[in-house]
Design a protein around this ligand. Structure first.
Ligand code: CA
Length: 625
Protein backbone atom coordinates (compact mmCIF):
# COMPACT_ATOMS: atom_id res chain seq x y z
CA UNK A 1 0.00 0.00 0.00
CA UNK A 2 2.63 2.35 1.08
CA UNK A 3 4.75 1.52 -1.96
CA UNK A 4 1.77 1.78 -4.24
CA UNK A 5 0.80 5.07 -2.67
CA UNK A 6 4.28 6.44 -3.18
CA UNK A 7 4.29 5.33 -6.75
CA UNK A 8 0.90 6.81 -7.27
CA UNK A 9 1.99 10.07 -5.62
CA UNK A 10 5.12 10.27 -7.75
CA UNK A 11 3.11 9.47 -10.83
CA UNK A 12 0.59 12.14 -9.97
CA UNK A 13 3.27 14.77 -9.40
CA UNK A 14 4.99 13.77 -12.61
CA UNK A 15 1.75 13.92 -14.58
CA UNK A 16 0.82 17.26 -13.05
CA UNK A 17 4.21 18.72 -13.86
CA UNK A 18 4.08 17.41 -17.41
CA UNK A 19 0.62 18.81 -17.87
CA UNK A 20 1.69 22.13 -16.41
CA UNK A 21 4.67 22.27 -18.73
CA UNK A 22 2.58 21.45 -21.76
CA UNK A 23 -0.15 23.90 -20.89
CA UNK A 24 2.10 26.75 -19.91
CA UNK A 25 4.73 26.28 -22.56
CA UNK A 26 3.35 28.95 -24.89
CA UNK A 27 2.36 31.37 -22.19
CA UNK A 28 5.64 30.82 -20.38
CA UNK A 29 7.59 31.78 -23.46
CA UNK A 30 5.31 34.66 -24.23
CA UNK A 31 6.01 35.99 -20.77
CA UNK A 32 9.73 35.73 -21.35
CA UNK A 33 9.70 36.78 -24.97
CA UNK A 34 8.00 39.99 -25.96
CA UNK A 35 7.47 41.71 -29.29
CA UNK A 36 7.48 45.45 -28.76
CA UNK A 37 8.27 46.95 -32.13
CA UNK A 38 8.67 46.16 -35.82
CA UNK A 39 10.15 48.84 -38.09
CA UNK A 40 9.30 49.89 -40.72
CA UNK A 41 5.81 49.36 -39.29
CA UNK A 42 4.41 48.57 -42.77
CA UNK A 43 5.61 48.57 -46.36
CA UNK A 44 4.38 48.51 -49.95
CA UNK A 45 3.99 46.05 -52.77
CA UNK A 46 5.60 47.01 -56.06
CA UNK A 47 8.65 48.96 -54.94
CA UNK A 48 11.50 48.78 -57.45
CA UNK A 49 13.73 47.33 -54.77
CA UNK A 50 11.98 44.21 -53.52
CA UNK A 51 14.18 43.87 -50.44
CA UNK A 52 12.90 44.82 -47.04
CA UNK A 53 14.77 44.53 -43.76
CA UNK A 54 12.72 44.57 -40.57
CA UNK A 55 14.10 45.65 -37.24
CA UNK A 56 12.27 43.50 -34.70
CA UNK A 57 12.59 44.47 -31.07
CA UNK A 58 11.36 42.67 -27.97
CA UNK A 59 12.64 40.96 -24.85
CA UNK A 60 14.69 37.87 -25.85
CA UNK A 61 13.16 37.96 -29.33
CA UNK A 62 16.43 36.59 -30.71
CA UNK A 63 15.52 33.19 -29.14
CA UNK A 64 12.80 32.87 -31.77
CA UNK A 65 12.83 31.96 -35.41
CA UNK A 66 10.60 34.10 -37.60
CA UNK A 67 8.47 32.39 -40.22
CA UNK A 68 5.96 33.46 -42.79
CA UNK A 69 3.75 31.09 -44.67
CA UNK A 70 1.87 33.32 -47.12
CA UNK A 71 3.08 33.44 -50.73
CA UNK A 72 4.46 36.75 -52.01
CA UNK A 73 6.47 37.57 -48.93
CA UNK A 74 9.45 35.43 -47.99
CA UNK A 75 12.16 35.52 -45.38
CA UNK A 76 15.62 35.21 -46.89
CA UNK A 77 17.84 35.91 -43.91
CA UNK A 78 17.65 36.48 -40.18
CA UNK A 79 20.45 38.25 -38.32
CA UNK A 80 20.94 38.38 -34.57
CA UNK A 81 22.58 41.39 -32.97
CA UNK A 82 24.77 41.65 -29.86
CA UNK A 83 21.73 42.46 -27.78
CA UNK A 84 19.41 39.43 -27.43
CA UNK A 85 16.44 41.75 -27.89
CA UNK A 86 16.79 42.35 -31.62
CA UNK A 87 16.30 40.44 -34.83
CA UNK A 88 16.95 41.87 -38.28
CA UNK A 89 14.75 40.02 -40.74
CA UNK A 90 15.47 40.26 -44.45
CA UNK A 91 12.40 39.78 -46.62
CA UNK A 92 11.66 39.78 -50.29
CA UNK A 93 8.38 41.39 -51.25
CA UNK A 94 7.69 39.97 -54.68
CA UNK A 95 6.17 42.32 -57.22
CA UNK A 96 3.29 39.89 -57.60
CA UNK A 97 2.39 39.99 -53.92
CA UNK A 98 -1.13 41.05 -53.05
CA UNK A 99 -1.53 44.03 -50.75
CA UNK A 100 -2.88 42.93 -47.40
CA UNK A 101 -1.94 41.67 -43.96
CA UNK A 102 0.77 39.05 -43.68
CA UNK A 103 1.24 37.32 -40.33
CA UNK A 104 4.79 36.94 -39.11
CA UNK A 105 5.23 34.03 -36.70
CA UNK A 106 8.01 34.04 -34.13
CA UNK A 107 8.61 30.43 -33.08
CA UNK A 108 10.52 28.80 -30.29
CA UNK A 109 10.96 25.02 -30.24
CA UNK A 110 8.40 24.74 -32.98
CA UNK A 111 5.80 26.74 -31.08
CA UNK A 112 4.53 30.17 -31.99
CA UNK A 113 5.32 32.51 -29.11
CA UNK A 114 4.65 35.86 -30.79
CA UNK A 115 2.94 37.03 -33.96
CA UNK A 116 2.92 40.32 -35.85
CA UNK A 117 0.47 41.30 -38.55
CA UNK A 118 2.57 43.03 -41.18
CA UNK A 119 0.75 45.14 -43.70
CA UNK A 120 1.80 45.49 -47.31
CA UNK A 121 -0.01 48.44 -48.81
CA UNK A 122 -0.71 49.28 -52.43
CA UNK A 123 1.40 52.20 -53.70
CA UNK A 124 -0.04 55.61 -54.55
CA UNK A 125 -0.78 56.12 -58.23
CA UNK A 126 2.17 57.81 -59.92
CA UNK A 127 4.36 57.47 -56.85
CA UNK A 128 7.42 56.40 -58.86
CA UNK A 129 7.22 59.49 -61.06
CA UNK A 130 6.91 62.06 -58.28
CA UNK A 131 8.65 65.28 -59.23
CA UNK A 132 10.79 67.17 -56.81
CA UNK A 133 11.35 70.91 -56.72
CA UNK A 134 13.43 72.89 -59.20
CA UNK A 135 14.31 76.49 -60.12
CA UNK A 136 10.67 77.26 -60.90
CA UNK A 137 9.98 76.90 -57.18
CA UNK A 138 10.49 79.22 -54.25
CA UNK A 139 10.76 77.52 -50.87
CA UNK A 140 9.25 78.88 -47.64
CA UNK A 141 11.24 77.68 -44.64
CA UNK A 142 8.78 77.13 -41.82
CA UNK A 143 9.82 76.61 -38.19
CA UNK A 144 6.90 74.58 -36.74
CA UNK A 145 7.19 75.35 -33.00
CA UNK A 146 7.40 79.09 -33.71
CA UNK A 147 4.98 79.60 -36.62
CA UNK A 148 1.39 79.12 -35.52
CA UNK A 149 -0.36 77.33 -32.67
CA UNK A 150 -3.45 75.75 -34.19
CA UNK A 151 -4.12 73.50 -31.23
CA UNK A 152 -3.29 74.92 -27.77
CA UNK A 153 -4.46 71.58 -26.34
CA UNK A 154 -1.33 69.73 -27.49
CA UNK A 155 1.34 72.21 -26.36
CA UNK A 156 2.40 69.73 -23.66
CA UNK A 157 1.87 65.99 -23.66
CA UNK A 158 1.82 63.56 -20.70
CA UNK A 159 4.32 61.16 -22.38
CA UNK A 160 6.72 63.92 -23.39
CA UNK A 161 9.28 65.29 -20.94
CA UNK A 162 9.64 68.86 -22.18
CA UNK A 163 6.54 70.94 -21.44
CA UNK A 164 5.53 74.16 -23.16
CA UNK A 165 7.05 77.30 -21.67
CA UNK A 166 6.40 80.53 -23.52
CA UNK A 167 8.61 82.51 -21.13
CA UNK A 168 11.71 80.55 -22.19
CA UNK A 169 13.21 81.36 -25.62
CA UNK A 170 14.66 77.81 -25.65
CA UNK A 171 11.39 76.25 -24.54
CA UNK A 172 8.47 74.99 -26.56
CA UNK A 173 6.10 77.68 -27.73
CA UNK A 174 3.30 75.38 -28.89
CA UNK A 175 3.28 75.81 -32.67
CA UNK A 176 2.01 72.72 -34.47
CA UNK A 177 0.81 71.05 -37.66
CA UNK A 178 -2.72 72.41 -37.26
CA UNK A 179 -1.15 75.88 -37.19
CA UNK A 180 0.71 75.05 -40.41
CA UNK A 181 -2.52 73.81 -41.98
CA UNK A 182 -4.29 77.02 -40.98
CA UNK A 183 -1.66 79.07 -42.84
CA UNK A 184 -1.42 77.10 -46.09
CA UNK A 185 -3.51 79.73 -47.86
CA UNK A 186 -1.32 82.51 -46.46
CA UNK A 187 1.84 80.85 -47.82
CA UNK A 188 0.27 80.00 -51.15
CA UNK A 189 -1.29 83.46 -51.61
CA UNK A 190 2.06 85.07 -50.83
CA UNK A 191 3.37 83.28 -53.92
CA UNK A 192 5.50 80.43 -52.58
CA UNK A 193 5.38 77.06 -54.30
CA UNK A 194 7.15 74.87 -51.71
CA UNK A 195 7.47 74.50 -47.98
CA UNK A 196 10.51 73.14 -46.19
CA UNK A 197 9.52 72.62 -42.58
CA UNK A 198 12.00 71.97 -39.78
CA UNK A 199 11.68 68.49 -38.23
CA UNK A 200 8.38 67.23 -36.81
CA UNK A 201 9.36 63.77 -35.55
CA UNK A 202 9.22 62.86 -31.87
CA UNK A 203 11.94 64.54 -29.77
CA UNK A 204 11.39 63.22 -26.27
CA UNK A 205 14.25 65.21 -24.80
CA UNK A 206 14.32 66.91 -21.41
CA UNK A 207 15.37 70.25 -22.93
CA UNK A 208 15.64 71.98 -26.32
CA UNK A 209 13.10 69.62 -27.82
CA UNK A 210 11.37 72.44 -29.72
CA UNK A 211 13.78 72.50 -32.69
CA UNK A 212 13.22 68.86 -33.54
CA UNK A 213 16.80 67.89 -34.41
CA UNK A 214 17.13 65.23 -31.66
CA UNK A 215 14.79 62.50 -32.88
CA UNK A 216 13.64 59.86 -30.42
CA UNK A 217 11.39 57.95 -32.83
CA UNK A 218 11.99 57.96 -36.59
CA UNK A 219 8.45 56.81 -37.38
CA UNK A 220 6.33 59.07 -35.20
CA UNK A 221 5.30 62.69 -35.47
CA UNK A 222 5.85 64.38 -32.10
CA UNK A 223 2.45 64.43 -30.34
CA UNK A 224 3.06 68.09 -29.43
CA UNK A 225 3.00 68.83 -33.17
CA UNK A 226 0.12 66.45 -33.92
CA UNK A 227 -0.27 62.93 -35.27
CA UNK A 228 1.05 61.10 -38.32
CA UNK A 229 -2.42 61.55 -39.81
CA UNK A 230 -2.24 65.32 -39.21
CA UNK A 231 1.01 65.39 -41.17
CA UNK A 232 -0.56 63.49 -44.06
CA UNK A 233 -3.46 65.95 -44.00
CA UNK A 234 -1.03 68.91 -44.07
CA UNK A 235 0.72 67.50 -47.14
CA UNK A 236 -2.51 66.66 -48.93
CA UNK A 237 -3.90 70.17 -48.33
CA UNK A 238 -0.58 71.72 -49.38
CA UNK A 239 -0.66 69.71 -52.61
CA UNK A 240 -4.23 70.83 -53.21
CA UNK A 241 -2.88 74.42 -53.16
CA UNK A 242 0.02 73.60 -55.47
CA UNK A 243 2.59 73.65 -52.69
CA UNK A 244 5.33 71.02 -52.56
CA UNK A 245 6.53 69.75 -49.19
CA UNK A 246 10.17 69.13 -48.32
CA UNK A 247 10.76 67.09 -45.17
CA UNK A 248 13.73 67.80 -42.94
CA UNK A 249 15.64 64.60 -42.13
CA UNK A 250 18.58 64.00 -39.81
CA UNK A 251 20.72 60.90 -40.29
CA UNK A 252 23.88 62.12 -38.57
CA UNK A 253 22.52 61.75 -35.08
CA UNK A 254 19.47 60.87 -33.03
CA UNK A 255 18.31 62.22 -29.68
CA UNK A 256 19.65 60.86 -26.39
CA UNK A 257 16.00 60.13 -25.60
CA UNK A 258 15.73 57.68 -28.50
CA UNK A 259 14.21 54.36 -27.38
CA UNK A 260 17.21 52.33 -28.61
CA UNK A 261 19.71 54.25 -26.48
CA UNK A 262 18.86 52.01 -23.48
CA UNK A 263 19.58 48.84 -25.44
CA UNK A 264 21.68 49.21 -28.58
CA UNK A 265 21.58 46.29 -31.03
CA UNK A 266 25.34 46.52 -31.49
CA UNK A 267 27.84 48.67 -29.64
CA UNK A 268 28.83 50.16 -33.01
CA UNK A 269 25.24 51.23 -33.77
CA UNK A 270 26.46 54.67 -32.68
CA UNK A 271 29.96 56.14 -32.56
CA UNK A 272 31.15 55.90 -28.97
CA UNK A 273 34.04 57.30 -26.99
CA UNK A 274 35.27 56.77 -23.45
CA UNK A 275 34.01 60.20 -22.53
CA UNK A 276 31.88 62.76 -24.35
CA UNK A 277 33.65 63.80 -27.54
CA UNK A 278 32.32 66.63 -29.66
CA UNK A 279 32.74 66.94 -33.42
CA UNK A 280 35.20 69.63 -34.53
CA UNK A 281 32.51 70.83 -37.01
CA UNK A 282 35.10 71.12 -39.80
CA UNK A 283 33.18 69.79 -42.77
CA UNK A 284 36.12 70.57 -45.05
CA UNK A 285 38.09 67.67 -43.55
CA UNK A 286 36.18 65.10 -45.60
CA UNK A 287 37.87 65.99 -48.91
CA UNK A 288 40.96 67.80 -47.61
CA UNK A 289 43.88 66.08 -49.43
CA UNK A 290 46.21 66.83 -46.49
CA UNK A 291 43.79 65.95 -43.71
CA UNK A 292 45.01 64.12 -40.61
CA UNK A 293 43.21 60.98 -39.57
CA UNK A 294 42.73 62.61 -36.17
CA UNK A 295 40.85 65.62 -37.52
CA UNK A 296 38.71 63.70 -39.99
CA UNK A 297 37.83 61.07 -37.43
CA UNK A 298 36.81 63.71 -34.91
CA UNK A 299 34.69 65.48 -37.49
CA UNK A 300 32.81 62.38 -38.62
CA UNK A 301 32.58 60.39 -35.38
CA UNK A 302 32.40 63.15 -32.78
CA UNK A 303 28.97 64.00 -31.46
CA UNK A 304 27.13 67.08 -32.68
CA UNK A 305 25.99 67.83 -29.14
CA UNK A 306 25.78 66.14 -25.73
CA UNK A 307 22.17 65.14 -26.36
CA UNK A 308 22.79 63.94 -29.93
CA UNK A 309 24.43 60.48 -30.18
CA UNK A 310 26.30 60.11 -33.47
CA UNK A 311 24.87 57.37 -35.68
CA UNK A 312 27.27 54.96 -37.40
CA UNK A 313 26.28 54.82 -41.06
CA UNK A 314 29.08 52.29 -41.63
CA UNK A 315 26.99 49.70 -39.80
CA UNK A 316 25.07 48.16 -42.75
CA UNK A 317 21.95 47.61 -40.66
CA UNK A 318 21.97 51.24 -39.52
CA UNK A 319 22.23 52.71 -43.02
CA UNK A 320 19.58 50.30 -44.22
CA UNK A 321 17.35 51.36 -41.33
CA UNK A 322 17.78 55.04 -42.23
CA UNK A 323 17.36 54.44 -45.97
CA UNK A 324 14.12 52.53 -45.52
CA UNK A 325 12.94 55.20 -43.09
CA UNK A 326 13.28 57.94 -45.70
CA UNK A 327 11.66 55.84 -48.44
CA UNK A 328 8.85 55.01 -45.99
CA UNK A 329 8.17 58.72 -45.39
CA UNK A 330 8.29 59.59 -49.11
CA UNK A 331 5.83 56.84 -49.94
CA UNK A 332 3.64 57.24 -46.86
CA UNK A 333 3.38 61.02 -46.71
CA UNK A 334 3.70 61.73 -50.46
CA UNK A 335 6.77 63.94 -50.08
CA UNK A 336 8.21 66.16 -52.82
CA UNK A 337 11.69 66.56 -51.40
CA UNK A 338 14.05 65.92 -48.54
CA UNK A 339 16.35 68.40 -46.84
CA UNK A 340 19.16 66.36 -45.29
CA UNK A 341 20.64 67.91 -42.16
CA UNK A 342 24.41 68.19 -41.46
CA UNK A 343 25.16 66.37 -44.69
CA UNK A 344 28.98 66.07 -44.57
CA UNK A 345 28.97 64.76 -40.97
CA UNK A 346 27.75 61.19 -41.51
CA UNK A 347 30.03 58.67 -43.23
CA UNK A 348 29.81 59.57 -46.89
CA UNK A 349 29.76 56.01 -48.29
CA UNK A 350 26.62 55.14 -46.34
CA UNK A 351 24.98 58.40 -47.36
CA UNK A 352 25.76 57.77 -51.03
CA UNK A 353 24.15 54.35 -50.69
CA UNK A 354 21.10 56.03 -49.12
CA UNK A 355 20.76 58.65 -51.86
CA UNK A 356 21.29 56.11 -54.63
CA UNK A 357 18.57 53.79 -53.38
CA UNK A 358 16.22 56.75 -52.89
CA UNK A 359 16.89 58.12 -56.37
CA UNK A 360 16.63 54.63 -57.91
CA UNK A 361 13.18 54.37 -56.38
CA UNK A 362 12.16 57.94 -57.37
CA UNK A 363 14.30 59.14 -60.33
CA UNK A 364 12.77 62.67 -60.45
CA UNK A 365 12.88 63.25 -56.72
CA UNK A 366 15.01 65.97 -55.11
CA UNK A 367 17.25 66.01 -52.08
CA UNK A 368 18.96 69.15 -50.83
CA UNK A 369 21.99 68.62 -48.63
CA UNK A 370 22.89 70.99 -45.83
CA UNK A 371 26.45 71.50 -47.03
CA UNK A 372 27.59 74.22 -44.62
CA UNK A 373 30.94 75.11 -46.14
CA UNK A 374 32.21 78.50 -47.11
CA UNK A 375 33.86 77.86 -50.50
CA UNK A 376 32.01 76.88 -53.70
CA UNK A 377 34.68 74.21 -54.32
CA UNK A 378 33.84 72.61 -50.98
CA UNK A 379 30.08 72.73 -51.46
CA UNK A 380 30.43 71.27 -54.96
CA UNK A 381 31.99 68.06 -53.58
CA UNK A 382 28.55 67.05 -52.27
CA UNK A 383 26.54 67.49 -55.45
CA UNK A 384 25.90 64.51 -57.70
CA UNK A 385 28.00 64.01 -60.80
CA UNK A 386 31.47 64.16 -59.18
CA UNK A 387 32.33 67.16 -61.31
CA UNK A 388 35.61 67.59 -59.44
CA UNK A 389 36.75 64.01 -60.11
CA UNK A 390 37.19 63.12 -56.45
CA UNK A 391 35.96 59.58 -56.99
CA UNK A 392 32.88 60.19 -54.88
CA UNK A 393 29.36 60.10 -56.31
CA UNK A 394 26.88 61.47 -53.75
CA UNK A 395 23.70 60.95 -55.84
CA UNK A 396 22.37 64.10 -54.13
CA UNK A 397 20.60 66.48 -56.52
CA UNK A 398 20.83 69.80 -54.69
CA UNK A 399 23.17 71.55 -52.29
CA UNK A 400 22.65 74.73 -50.29
CA UNK A 401 24.64 77.74 -51.49
CA UNK A 402 26.35 78.54 -48.20
CA UNK A 403 29.05 80.72 -49.81
CA UNK A 404 26.24 82.97 -51.07
CA UNK A 405 24.59 82.87 -47.64
CA UNK A 406 27.85 84.15 -46.11
CA UNK A 407 28.05 86.89 -48.73
CA UNK A 408 24.62 88.22 -47.77
CA UNK A 409 26.07 89.16 -44.39
CA UNK A 410 28.39 91.74 -45.94
CA UNK A 411 27.40 92.52 -49.50
CA UNK A 412 24.91 95.29 -48.74
CA UNK A 413 26.92 96.98 -45.97
CA UNK A 414 30.20 97.53 -47.76
CA UNK A 415 31.70 99.84 -50.28
CA UNK A 416 32.68 98.06 -53.43
CA UNK A 417 36.17 96.60 -53.62
CA UNK A 418 37.83 93.65 -55.36
CA UNK A 419 35.93 91.33 -53.09
CA UNK A 420 33.52 93.52 -51.18
CA UNK A 421 30.06 94.91 -51.70
CA UNK A 422 28.02 93.32 -54.47
CA UNK A 423 31.24 91.98 -56.02
CA UNK A 424 30.91 89.19 -53.45
CA UNK A 425 27.91 87.82 -55.36
CA UNK A 426 29.64 88.31 -58.69
CA UNK A 427 32.72 86.39 -57.49
CA UNK A 428 30.73 83.46 -56.11
CA UNK A 429 28.71 83.08 -59.30
CA UNK A 430 31.88 83.28 -61.37
CA UNK A 431 32.95 79.97 -59.77
CA UNK A 432 29.86 78.06 -60.88
CA UNK A 433 32.04 75.95 -63.18
CA UNK A 434 32.80 73.93 -60.04
CA UNK A 435 29.26 72.54 -59.94
CA UNK A 436 27.92 69.69 -62.01
CA UNK A 437 24.72 71.69 -62.30
CA UNK A 438 24.79 75.21 -60.87
CA UNK A 439 21.03 75.61 -61.18
CA UNK A 440 20.50 72.71 -58.76
CA UNK A 441 21.45 74.90 -55.85
CA UNK A 442 19.20 76.25 -53.12
CA UNK A 443 20.02 79.90 -52.45
CA UNK A 444 19.08 81.71 -49.27
CA UNK A 445 19.99 84.80 -47.30
CA UNK A 446 19.24 83.28 -43.89
CA UNK A 447 17.70 80.32 -42.10
CA UNK A 448 16.83 79.18 -38.58
CA UNK A 449 20.52 78.76 -37.64
CA UNK A 450 21.86 82.30 -37.87
CA UNK A 451 21.26 86.04 -37.94
CA UNK A 452 18.16 87.03 -39.82
CA UNK A 453 18.70 88.84 -43.10
CA UNK A 454 17.11 91.99 -41.66
CA UNK A 455 19.92 92.10 -39.07
CA UNK A 456 22.54 91.27 -41.68
CA UNK A 457 21.55 94.36 -43.66
CA UNK A 458 21.67 96.51 -40.51
CA UNK A 459 17.88 96.78 -40.51
CA UNK A 460 17.90 98.90 -43.65
CA UNK A 461 14.62 98.24 -45.47
CA UNK A 462 16.10 99.34 -48.80
CA UNK A 463 18.89 96.76 -48.47
CA UNK A 464 16.41 94.07 -47.51
CA UNK A 465 14.46 94.80 -50.69
CA UNK A 466 17.66 94.63 -52.75
CA UNK A 467 18.58 91.33 -51.10
CA UNK A 468 15.20 89.82 -51.98
CA UNK A 469 15.37 91.18 -55.52
CA UNK A 470 18.72 89.49 -56.04
CA UNK A 471 17.68 86.23 -54.34
CA UNK A 472 14.60 85.88 -56.55
CA UNK A 473 16.23 86.73 -59.88
CA UNK A 474 19.65 85.06 -59.88
CA UNK A 475 20.26 81.37 -60.65
CA UNK A 476 19.13 78.52 -58.39
CA UNK A 477 16.15 77.66 -56.19
CA UNK A 478 15.42 80.50 -53.72
CA UNK A 479 14.48 79.78 -50.12
CA UNK A 480 13.09 82.40 -47.73
CA UNK A 481 12.83 81.94 -43.95
CA UNK A 482 9.38 82.51 -42.47
CA UNK A 483 9.07 86.02 -41.04
CA UNK A 484 11.40 87.66 -43.57
CA UNK A 485 8.25 88.87 -45.36
CA UNK A 486 7.44 90.97 -42.27
CA UNK A 487 11.12 91.92 -41.76
CA UNK A 488 11.46 89.98 -38.54
CA UNK A 489 14.72 90.68 -36.73
CA UNK A 490 16.89 88.09 -35.01
CA UNK A 491 20.43 88.14 -33.67
CA UNK A 492 22.32 84.87 -33.25
CA UNK A 493 24.50 86.42 -30.53
CA UNK A 494 21.39 86.85 -28.39
CA UNK A 495 20.67 83.16 -28.90
CA UNK A 496 18.93 80.76 -31.25
CA UNK A 497 15.65 81.75 -29.62
CA UNK A 498 16.08 85.25 -31.04
CA UNK A 499 16.32 84.07 -34.65
CA UNK A 500 13.42 81.68 -34.03
CA UNK A 501 10.95 84.10 -32.49
CA UNK A 502 7.25 83.23 -32.78
CA UNK A 503 5.40 84.73 -35.74
CA UNK A 504 3.11 87.47 -34.38
CA UNK A 505 -0.48 86.38 -34.81
CA UNK A 506 0.27 82.67 -34.64
CA UNK A 507 -1.01 82.45 -31.05
CA UNK A 508 -4.58 83.13 -29.93
CA UNK A 509 -3.49 85.66 -27.30
CA UNK A 510 -1.09 87.62 -29.54
CA UNK A 511 -1.78 91.35 -29.52
CA UNK A 512 -1.67 91.57 -33.32
CA UNK A 513 -1.92 89.27 -36.32
CA UNK A 514 0.89 89.89 -38.81
CA UNK A 515 -0.59 87.23 -41.09
CA UNK A 516 -3.12 89.92 -42.05
CA UNK A 517 -2.60 93.28 -43.73
CA UNK A 518 -4.26 95.14 -40.87
CA UNK A 519 -2.08 93.40 -38.32
CA UNK A 520 1.15 94.49 -40.02
CA UNK A 521 2.89 97.84 -39.69
CA UNK A 522 3.21 100.09 -42.72
CA UNK A 523 6.86 99.13 -43.15
CA UNK A 524 6.10 95.43 -42.79
CA UNK A 525 3.47 95.76 -45.49
CA UNK A 526 6.01 97.47 -47.72
CA UNK A 527 8.40 94.49 -47.48
CA UNK A 528 5.52 92.05 -47.69
CA UNK A 529 4.28 93.70 -50.89
CA UNK A 530 7.78 93.73 -52.37
CA UNK A 531 8.21 89.98 -51.83
CA UNK A 532 4.64 89.27 -52.88
CA UNK A 533 5.09 91.18 -56.15
CA UNK A 534 8.37 89.39 -56.89
CA UNK A 535 6.97 85.94 -56.11
CA UNK A 536 3.81 86.43 -58.15
CA UNK A 537 5.83 87.64 -61.11
CA UNK A 538 8.53 84.98 -60.79
CA UNK A 539 6.02 82.14 -60.70
CA UNK A 540 5.30 82.31 -64.43
CA UNK A 541 8.71 83.53 -65.60
CA UNK A 542 10.51 80.56 -67.09
CA UNK A 543 13.18 83.04 -68.17
CA UNK A 544 14.11 83.40 -64.49
CA UNK A 545 13.72 79.67 -63.78
CA UNK A 546 15.64 78.24 -66.71
CA UNK A 547 16.97 81.20 -68.69
CA UNK A 548 20.63 81.99 -69.20
CA UNK A 549 22.50 84.38 -66.92
CA UNK A 550 25.05 86.95 -68.03
CA UNK A 551 26.42 89.39 -65.48
CA UNK A 552 28.72 92.40 -65.61
CA UNK A 553 31.46 93.35 -63.17
CA UNK A 554 29.84 95.70 -60.66
CA UNK A 555 30.81 99.38 -60.88
CA UNK A 556 29.89 102.04 -58.36
CA UNK A 557 28.48 99.24 -56.17
CA UNK A 558 25.88 98.62 -58.84
CA UNK A 559 25.43 95.09 -60.10
CA UNK A 560 23.75 94.48 -63.46
CA UNK A 561 22.82 91.12 -64.96
CA UNK A 562 20.51 89.66 -67.57
CA UNK A 563 18.31 86.59 -67.61
CA UNK A 564 17.21 85.59 -71.08
CA UNK A 565 15.95 82.89 -73.41
CA UNK A 566 14.69 82.85 -77.02
CA UNK A 567 11.59 84.86 -76.23
CA UNK A 568 12.27 86.96 -73.16
CA UNK A 569 14.96 89.20 -71.74
CA UNK A 570 15.14 90.60 -68.22
CA UNK A 571 17.67 93.18 -67.05
CA UNK A 572 18.24 93.38 -63.30
CA UNK A 573 19.93 96.45 -61.81
CA UNK A 574 20.90 96.48 -58.15
CA UNK A 575 22.11 99.90 -57.09
CA UNK A 576 23.57 99.44 -53.63
CA UNK A 577 25.33 102.80 -53.61
CA UNK A 578 24.13 105.89 -51.80
CA UNK A 579 23.81 107.83 -55.04
CA UNK A 580 21.61 107.73 -58.06
CA UNK A 581 23.33 105.79 -60.85
CA UNK A 582 23.04 106.78 -64.48
CA UNK A 583 23.31 103.60 -66.58
CA UNK A 584 25.14 103.85 -69.90
CA UNK A 585 23.20 101.25 -71.86
CA UNK A 586 25.90 101.09 -74.57
CA UNK A 587 28.03 99.06 -72.17
CA UNK A 588 25.32 96.35 -72.24
CA UNK A 589 24.77 96.35 -75.99
CA UNK A 590 25.59 92.64 -76.35
CA UNK A 591 22.30 91.93 -74.55
CA UNK A 592 20.23 95.12 -74.65
CA UNK A 593 21.33 96.32 -78.08
CA UNK A 594 18.04 95.52 -79.77
CA UNK A 595 15.83 96.98 -77.06
CA UNK A 596 14.70 100.52 -76.37
CA UNK A 597 12.52 100.30 -73.28
CA UNK A 598 12.22 98.26 -70.11
CA UNK A 599 9.20 97.82 -67.87
CA UNK A 600 10.10 97.63 -64.19
CA UNK A 601 7.95 94.84 -62.78
CA UNK A 602 8.36 96.25 -59.26
CA UNK A 603 6.41 99.46 -59.96
CA UNK A 604 5.07 98.84 -63.47
CA UNK A 605 6.91 101.90 -64.82
CA UNK A 606 8.34 102.03 -68.35
CA UNK A 607 11.89 103.35 -68.69
CA UNK A 608 13.78 104.50 -71.79
CA UNK A 609 17.00 102.49 -71.85
CA UNK A 610 19.02 105.39 -73.27
CA UNK A 611 18.07 107.51 -70.29
CA UNK A 612 18.20 105.09 -67.40
CA UNK A 613 18.69 106.43 -63.88
CA UNK A 614 18.38 104.20 -60.84
CA UNK A 615 17.89 105.89 -57.44
CA UNK A 616 20.21 105.15 -54.52
CA UNK A 617 19.77 101.78 -52.77
CA UNK A 618 17.18 100.66 -55.31
CA UNK A 619 16.68 97.68 -57.57
CA UNK A 620 15.03 97.53 -61.00
CA UNK A 621 13.77 94.39 -62.74
CA UNK A 622 13.27 95.48 -66.32
CA UNK A 623 11.44 93.35 -68.85
CA UNK A 624 13.07 94.53 -72.05
CA UNK A 625 10.94 95.36 -75.06
CA1 CA B 1 -0.06 73.47 -30.04
Amino acid sequence: MIFQHRLSMNFKIFTALLLLMLLSNASLYSQQITLDRVEPPFWWVGMKNENLQLLVYGKSISLTKPEIITPGLSIVKVTKAESPNYLFVDLVVSSGATPGIYTLLFKKDGQTVQTFDYELKARRAGSVNRKGFDQSDVIYLLFPDRFANGNPGNDSHPEMLDKADRTNPDGRQGGDIQGMINKIDYISDLGFTSIWHNPLLENNQAKYSYHGYAISNFYRIDPRFGTNDDYLRFIQLSHDKGLKVIKDMIFNHCGSGHWWMNDLPWQDWINQFESYTRSNFRAGTVFDPYVSEYDQNLFQRGWFDTNMPDLNQNNPFMINYLTQNSIWWVEYADLDGIRMDTYPYPFKEGMAQWAKRLMDEYPDFTVVAESWLTEPGQVATWQRGDKLGLGYESHVTHVFDFPMYEAFRFAFNEQQGWNSGLVRFYNILSQDYLYQNPSEIVIFSDNHDGDRIFNKVNKDMRSLKLAMTFLLTTRGVPQIYNGTEIMMAGDEKVGHGDVRKPFPGGWPDDNRDAFTRDGRTEQENEIFDHIHTLLKWRKSKSVIHYGRLTHFIPHNNTYIYFRYNETEKVMVILNNSDEEQKIDIRQFAELAGGNSVGVNILDNTTYQLNNLKVPAKTGFILELK
